[in-house]
Design a protein around this ligand. Sequence first.
Ligand SMILES: Nc1ncnc2c1ncn2[C@@H]1O[C@H](COP(=O)(O)OP(=O)(O)OP(=O)(O)O)[C@@H](O)[C@H]1O
Length: 208
Amino acid sequence: MFHLKEVKYKDILNIENLIIPEYKVTCIVGESGSGKTTLLKLLNKIISYDSGEIYYKNKPLSQIDSIAHRRNVVMLPQSPAIFNGSIKDNLLIGLKFAEKPIVSDNKLTEILEFINLNKKLNENAQKLSGGEKQRLALGRILLLNPEVFLLDEPSSALDDETEEIIIKKLVEYTKSNNKTLIMVTHSKKVAKDFGDNIIEVKKGKIIN
Ligand SMILES: Nc1ncnc2c1ncn2[C@@H]1O[C@H](COP(=O)(O)OP(=O)(O)OP(=O)(O)O)[C@@H](O)[C@H]1O
């Protein structure tokens, strides 16, 4: 799916050769500041590499339009924005930005169930806890239905039990819908239990 060859970005990342497979769960681990978020941003074309090439489905990323790429490959940042307004507004905002059709309230309620958010669609999103906001942002990108999910510590604000439930559902969803999941995690347990493929980043290099 992604193939990185001799990719350099400032003095932050230096990746000789890395393949991230399609339809699999890839976990990215490594110490703080090692370059994990930077790697996700490169894959999402939020930043551009200085040299080398990244291929997405055998096509150089440098030849793919950024906006078009971000319809297929969606990134959930570490601290996603929650906008003023209701839970429903916050779920729909991704679809609006992507100029995709709005979905029914039934579909939105299904998403709330998926992310274990026991709230009403019309409740104020700003009043949610940190972990609830994190799940809401996850719901927002699930609605976008991309080919690839790039998730930066999607469960960092969740307790162990909720983390297990949400990641398990995400992994099942990935497998049964032919999606690709690429997820930064600080949790060795999550990587071991759910990763088909584990990438360890150390000081900007891939070490496994
Ligand atoms: N825009 C930037 N300009 C300069 N340095 C940056 C920039 N973004 C990140 N860095 C540096 O690059 C290194 C890697 O950052 P990155 O956010 O990718 O690490 P990380 O592995 O995701 O860390 P964490 O687990 O703490 O989120 C860090 O030393 C960081 O300070």
